[in-house]
Write a protein that binds this ligand. Structure first.
Ligand SMILES: [Cu+2]
Length: 183
């Protein structure tokens, strides 16, 4: 009896999770970038441009893009701009040769944030300097997580919900089972 209840609850929780996970297929996905992921460049790019398969939602702090150098310092020189499917962020003249990591977080057409990254390698050192912290604060002061509340329910909420539902279901099933045994 208890096992049957637990199985039923587990199946329901699984279905709820599968149902909530399906919309993830509709998230924006990156179709092109400049520079391309894993590219090797002689000179730093003036911008990082990301092209998605669907329009990106614009809004204050909705989208973020960071260019991190070999020492982990920032090289982006302004906030990302959205134009339809394309997100563009300005980049300072680069400094040391090495691997630069681009981390972005954009707001999908379906209202869900998408976070991902790409890398490129600068083969010849430039003479630029990283974005000073006070300048960085001017355009990246919005917390990275700010659009979660406005942009749909994050996936983890569904996962936690499914786990809680499963836990409550098991406890309930065990209590019910216990009463039946007492009777
Ligand atoms: Cu989505």
């Amino acid at each position: 009896m208890i096992r049957r209840r637990i199985t039923a609850v587990a199946v329901l929780a699984g279905l709820a999770f599968a149902g909530s996970a399906t919309p993830a297929l509709a998230h924006n996905s990156l179709v092109d970038s400049n520079p391309k992921d894993a590219a090797t460049l002689d000179a730093g790019p003036q911008t990082v441009q990301l092209t998605f398969d669907q329009p990106v939602q614009d809004g204050e702090g909705a989208n973020t893009l960071a260019v991190l150098g070999p020492q982990g310092d920032h090289w982006e020189s302004g906030p990302p701009q959205v134009s339809g499917n394309v997100v563009t962020a300005p980049v300072r003249p680069l400094g040391p040769a090495g691997t630069y990591q681009v981390n972005y977080r954009i707001l999908s057409a379906d209202g869900h944030p998408v976070s991902a990254g790409l890398k490129f390698t600068l083969s010849k050192a430039g003479n630029g300097t990283p974005t000073p912290p006070d300048e960085l604060a001017k355009f990246s002061s919005a917390p990275a997580q700010s659009s979660d509340s406005g942009g749909g329910i994050p996936t983890w909420v569904w996962i936690v919900g499914a786990v809680l539902l499963l836990g409550v279901g098991i406890v309930f099933a065990m209590r019910m089972g216990g009463k039946e045994e007492d009777a």
